[in-house]
Unconditional design. Structure first.
Length: 138
């Protein structure tokens, strides 16, 4: 028996990727990752699946402007709008990192119509950390 060819010679078969559906409840989580260079806001359901996300870089800010409170506000508004339309109404906010846009991002979440139930800071802190480099001799 001869094998059947699925495509003609030289053509590639491309499968359509299924978009995964995420179950959205009224209660969710917001993860804010504020680094020195950028800010990323992610809305998830309680099991951790992403509902919506945005960042300062995605909103068109480049370079030093990505780490401003205004860029954080714009990114937060974008992600909040999509999450609110999906059905999220109450969130726990998890903030990570030392960036300057943390506060303005949390304020924007509250003004977008989503109720903030608690704010948790999960910034990693060393309990004694790595050994410091030796002193410089000049």
């Amino acid at each position: 028996m001869a094998k059947q060819q699925s495509a003609a010679a030289g053509e590639k078969v491309v499968k359509a990727a299924r978009k995964r559906t995420v179950k959205v409840d009224a209660v969710g989580q917001v993860h804010i990752n504020a680094t020195f260079n950028n800010l990323i806001v992610t809305y998830t359901n309680l099991s951790g699946q992403t509902v919506s996300w945005s960042s300062a870089g995605k909103m068109g800010f480049r370079g030093a402007k990505k780490n401003t409170p205004f860029a954080a506000q714009v990114a937060s508004q974008d992600a909040s709008k999509v999450a609110f339309d999906a059905g999220i109404r109450k969130v726990k906010v998890y903030v990570k990192g030392p960036g300057s846009g943390r506060d303005s991002c949390m304020r924007t979440i509250g003004t977008s119509g989503i109720e903030v139930t608690e704010i948790i800071d999960i910034t990693p802190m060393p309990h004694n950390g790595c050994r410091a480099p030796k002193r410089r001799k000049v």
